[in-house]
Design a protein around this ligand. Structure first.
Ligand code: C5P
Length: 224
């Protein structure tokens, strides 16, 4: 039988990252944070001084950038290693999110990251977090979830996350940035942010994390 995949797609701040990590832990499955790959390429392209709209140069960058995930020895968040250097702190900023969104609209960049994403599918299973996990990367996934939340709630969550990590942001600016990024992700011609036809939609506005986790786990292993 094929290795089971649970795809969790949705806009930024919908809770995807947290929910995917917790569900993968509970199931004992692997985790793919596909957004980190786009952030890493955007970051590497910036470091090389590339024009982010130069499709050819950025595609070459996507093909050659080495991206690795390393568990944090102290049990904290997974470290993202870009060309041998720990770029975790640089990648979490909204500037990195915007760069990721810019280069993610280039079809050949998405193509360059395709095989790497599929290589995460290993026994006993995979939880894949992103925008096109259920529509493009794992269309045959057995379980598909599309998480949403109101724009205000998503901005508040991201605000809290970034503040906890010591970043200097304001709620109003963040709300505008997130809305702009989501609009770009949803309107691009290739792999736009949208639910797969067979995805279960979950609106997480006002829902505690544990309740969302329970709901998603119930989809994978229905009780009774
Ligand atoms: O999920 P995260 O906020 O880290 O993603 C950053 C950006 O990367 C998104 O705004 C989107 O443009 C892009 N992305 C994508 N496809 C994915 C994951 C992320 O286009 N599967």
């Amino acid at each position: 039988a094929p290795v089971p995949v649970l795809t969790i797609d949705g806009p930024s701040g919908s809770g995807k990252g947290t929910i995917s990590r917790l569900v993968a832990e509970r199931l004992g499955w692997h985790l793919l944070d596909s957004g980190a790959l786009y952030r890493a390429v955007g970051y590497a392209a910036g470091m090389e001084g590339l024009d982010l709209s130069d499709a050819e140069a950025v595609t070459r960058c996507a093909e050659t950038t080495r991206i690795g995930f390393r568990p944090d020895p102290t049990g904290g968040e997974t470290r993202v290693i870009v060309n041998g250097l720990d770029a975790t702190d640089e990648l979490r900023t909204e500037t990195a999110g915007a760069a990721a969104s810019a280069i993610a609209a280039i079809p050949s960049v998405r193509q360059a990251l395709l095989a790497k994403q599929r290589s995460f599918r290993k026994a006993p299973g995979l939880v894949a977090d992103g925008r096109d996990m259920g529509t493009v990367i794992f269309p045959d996934a057995a379980h598909k979830v599309f998480l949403t939340a109101s724009a205000e709630e998503r901005a508040k969550r991201r605000y809290k996350q970034l503040k906890e990590k010591g970043l200097n942001v304001t709620l109003g600016t963040l709300l505008r940035e997130i809305e702009a990024r989501d609009a770009r992700d949803a309107s691009r011609p290739v792999a736009p942010l949208k639910p797969a036809e067979d995805a279960v939609r979950v609106d997480t506005t006002g829902m505690p994390i544990e309740a969302v986790v329970a709901k998603v786990l119930a989809l994978v292993a229905p009780a009774g």
